[in-house]
Design a protein around this ligand. Structure first.
Ligand SMILES: Nc1ncnc2c1ncn2[C@@H]1O[C@H](COP(=O)(O)OP(=O)(O)OP(=O)(O)O)[C@@H](O)[C@H]1O
Length: 793
């Protein structure tokens, strides 16, 4: 953080008047900006009306031009009318630039100051003042009133530090609401300098913007960080979009925030290139809901899709979580073999016909089970998608029947033989029995139908032989028999889609010709199946591929999920953010291999984020103990602030309804809590409920109660009636979220729940921005101070 110099205090009347003067200076500027915006709004409205007045007639070219004009004006108007609360949020005061050149936004381009800009007595004159906002605004003379935060000229606002200040002397964050400036917070980048602006010494106000932002209460929606992006984050946000931008950083280092701001930056940089869309993949619907307001607040919507990993396949929505052992099997790349076998094996079900009987050229022909199996075997040779093999299978069946008929020996003349064969085929393929047989023998398979077939343990056992052990087969099959899909099922559905190929769709029927109806011709017109080329074209249209793919919480993706996302970004550039120490996936090496396959050989630029903006040092210190167990040798990010509030430890008592607690004073125990009479669970319920109520009184924002996955339904009931500031969630659902205060319930239970349990516990312990309480049950083996075994030194 920048050094503070000449800090003002609110009680000093002289300084207060300086503050007021500075605020009213910024107010004047904001007023000017709004006047200009109003002019622009009028212009846009005029353009729209003008275009509309030109009426409905004209050449197609003129009408198209009019529509384009209305569209452009409408978009512009929309943006301008969007009165962002803090439309204008920053300002930098700069020394003169080295070469005196100006960029397209009217600002000097040089990063370094001109020689002699700083005089030997450490004084200097400010040559340029830039205001930074969510969108750029030029005055009537095309001078910048506000620079868009994504423009190159705004970069020094984020990049400048006291170590490497460039031309920036003072960096100011402006707080406003609607059209009113409320306050300013300054950081001096060159504290050694006495700088003058218009002959007056440059004052410095406030405690710095970052701390002010971090101390704010949290709601259930993430805020943008546009006013306080830090230098190491800015490097990632503005990294060139070539190939893969790979970002690692511990909890709270701003990875999610950076990923979202990067999407906005890329669109600003090259809107045309990203017309193909930007996909942001998030681990949970909760995190999607938490983050989806950020981009609209940055003025970006529409071209960015934020999707949970369980909602990536159209028409399927994951509502369930699998038990760890099932998740491990379903997510592993071992499933690939199973899926491929299932896709072929599912062609046969209990209703599959075992005999084909047809009449051709007046003769009965028959193929028995063995012959049909041989035809199927030949048809399935190779790796082509099963649904696309239907025409081939049909042809092979006809070949076998043709051979059986012996008609091929009747003519030696090739032309006559071909004609005979063609009428033989027609004879058979117009027979209803044959069509019914074929649909039953080689049905068009859907991914959902195959996944349902895998729910049969016997069949799954066959398809998974030597890949899954019998225990895994049993558990996976059972999990597929539940109502609803799990997160891991979605990747299997997507893989099946790729292995099966899209089912062919009958071409839209020709428009009915009345004459055909009269002559009965319509009935004779076969409904033609889609050709291979038509199908390929349709698939290309329907394929959900993106120009840029951003993966949040990438450490959690299973190999099967990497394959699913990889298919959506085959030609994309990528931004991948994650933290290996928070991975809930049991086999990181296997996942890394799948990730490398998805990203291909594209070159990667690696970045690291090192500062924890979320957790106060007291909480980060406790979490680091689990990190040391989960990933020995890895370094926790440095917490940027400290609150003086230590984490609190509470234990459940033996009797339901009683709780013992250590730390700051006794907690009132509710006698009629949510879990009364529920044995030891009742005790836990009351403990957590009482602690939640206590924290709700101490923080203005949200309280999150994180429990082991198996307890999440129960935990929701614990909080009944406490209001919507408090939420209960399973450890895996806590990914990426944050709360003013967090209660982590039974660290041992969370850690024991899966092979990656310690890393999941690390996630749970790093969700709080202000206060953390750890509730221990007996299995946590708390010491006399209530500190569970896992969190002791
Ligand atoms: N430069 C910043 N200015 C203000 N707030 C920031 C800044 N960087 C990050 N934050 C805040 O810190 C918190 C953590 O950010 P974020 O959720 O993006 O971290 P993360 O690295 O994704 O964390 P995790 O790995 O735990 O999910 C958020 O509240 C975010 O707004």
């Amino acid at each position: 953080m920048a050094a503070q110099a000449q800090q003002e205090t609110a009680v000093d009347p002289v300084h207060d008047s300086v503050r007021d003067r500075e605020i009213s200076g910024e107010q004047e500027h904001l007023d000017r900006v709004y006047r200009r915006l109003e002019e622009k709004i009028h212009e846009a409205e005029f353009l729209m009306h003008d275009a509309a007045r030109r009426g409905q007639v004209g050449t197609p070219g003129a009408l198209a031009e009019r529509d384009a004009q209305v569209f452009r004006a409408g978009v512009h108007l929309n943006r301008l009318n969007n009165e962002f609360e803090d439309f204008l949020f920053g300002r930098i005061d700069l020394l003169p630039g080295k070469d005196g050149k100006k960029g397209p936004d009217g600002a000097y381009t040089a990063v370094e100051p001109a020689e002699g800009a700083v005089r030997p007595d450490h004084t200097a004159d400010i040559a340029e003042t830039l205001h930074i906002g969510r969108i750029g605004v030029l005055d009537a003379e095309y001078s910048p009133l506000v620079i868009d935060w994504r423009a190159p000229a705004a970069a020094p606002f984020y990049r400048s530090t006291p170590v490497d200040p460039g031309r920036v002397v003072r960096r100011r964050v402006i707080r406003s609401k609607g059209r009113r400036v409320l306050g300013v917070e300054d950081d001096l980048m060159r504290p050694e300098l006495t700088a003058f602006l218009d002959g007056r010494e440059l004052p410095v106000i406030g405690d710095g913007a970052l701390m002010a932002a971090l101390g704010q209460a949290r709601t259930h929606s993430m805020r943008d960080i546009v006013a306080s992006i830090q230098a190491e984050q800015d490097l990632v946000i503005r990294a060139p979009a070539a190939s893969v931008t790979y970002v690692e950083g511990g909890p709270g280092t701003g990875k999610t925030a950076v990923a979202l701001h990067r999407a906005a930056y890329l669109l600003y940089q090259d809107r045309r290139r990203y017309a193909g869309g930007i996909l942001i993949v998030s681990p949970t619907p909760l995190l999607v809901a938490y983050t989806e307001g950020v981009l609209p607040s940055l003025g970006e919507e529409g071209q960015v899709a934020i999707r949970a990993i369980g909602s990536l396949v159209d028409g399927a929505e994951a509502t369930l979580y699998d038990a760890p052992a099932v998740a491990r099997a379903k997510g592993s790349s071992r499933m690939l073999k199973v899926i491929r076998k299932a896709a072929r094996g599912a062609l046969e079900s209990t209703g599959t016909p075992t005999r084909l009987r047809v009449v051709a050229f007046g003769r009965r022909l028959e193929l028995d089970a063995g012959e049909l199996a041989a035809v199927r075997h030949t048809a399935l040779g190779g790796t082509a998608p099963v649904n696309l093999l239907r025409p081939r299978a049909r042809r092979l069946l006809l070949d076998a029947l043709w051979e059986r008929s012996g008609a091929g020996t009747r003519h030696t003349d090739p032309e006559l033989a071909a004609e005979l064969r063609s009428s033989f085929d027609d004879d058979i393929t117009t027979e209803d029995d044959f069509l019914a047989f074929f649909d039953a023998w080689w049905p068009e398979l859907t991914p959902a139908a195959v996944l349902d077939a895998m729910a049969d343990e016997r069949r799954l056992g066959r398809w998974a032989r030597r890949v899954l052990n019998p225990g895994e087969v049993r558990k996976v099959a059972r999990s597929l028999r539940r109502d609803g899909r799990s997160v891991h099922d979605i990747a299997l559905l997507d893989e099946l889609q790729a292995v099966l190929g899209a089912p062919a769709r009958p071409r839209r029927r020709r428009e009915l010709d009345p004459l055909d109806q009269l002559t009965g011709l319509e009935e004779l017109m076969p409904v033609r199946e889609e050709s291979q080329r038509e199908r390929a074209e349709r698939l290309a249209q329907e394929r959900t591929e993106y120009a840029h793919v951003i993966v949040d919480e990438a450490q959690d993706l299973t190999p099967m999920q990497w394959r699913m996302i990889g298919r959506r970004g085959r030609h994309a550039t990528w931004t991948v953010v994650g933290d290996p120490a928070q991975s809930s996936w049991s086999d990181p090496d296997e996942a890394a291999q799948a990730r490398d396959e998805a990203l291909g050989s594209r070159p990667r630029r690696r970045f690291e984020l090192t500062v924890n903006y979320r957790n106060p040092a007291e909480i980060a210190h406790l979490a680091a103990k689990v990190l040391a167990l989960a990933m020995p040798g890895s370094v926790a990010p440095r917490a940027v602030r400290s609150t003086g509030v230590e984490p609190r430890f509470v234990t459940t008592g033996g009797e339901p309804g009683r709780l013992q607690q250590q730390g700051q004073g006794r907690v009132p125990v509710r006698e009629n809590g949510a879990g009364e009479g529920a044995g030891p669970g009742g005790s836990l319920a009351e403990t957590v409920r009482a602690e939640t109520a206590r924290l709700l009184e101490r923080v203005d924002g949200t309280v999150g109660v994180v429990v082991a996955m198996q307890r999440r339904e129960e935990a929701r009931r614990w909080l009944d009636g406490l209001g919507d500031r408090a939420v209960a969630l399973g450890s895996l659902e806590a990914k990426g979220l944050e709360y003013d205060a967090t209660i982590v319930v039974s660290p041992a239970e969370i850690a024991d729940e899966s092979p990656a349990g310690l890393r999941v516990l690390y996630v749970a312990l790093t969700r709080a921005t202000q206060q953390l309480t750890v509730v221990s049950a007996e299995r946590d083996e708390p010491d006399a101070a209530g500190v569970p075994d896992l969190l002791r030194d």
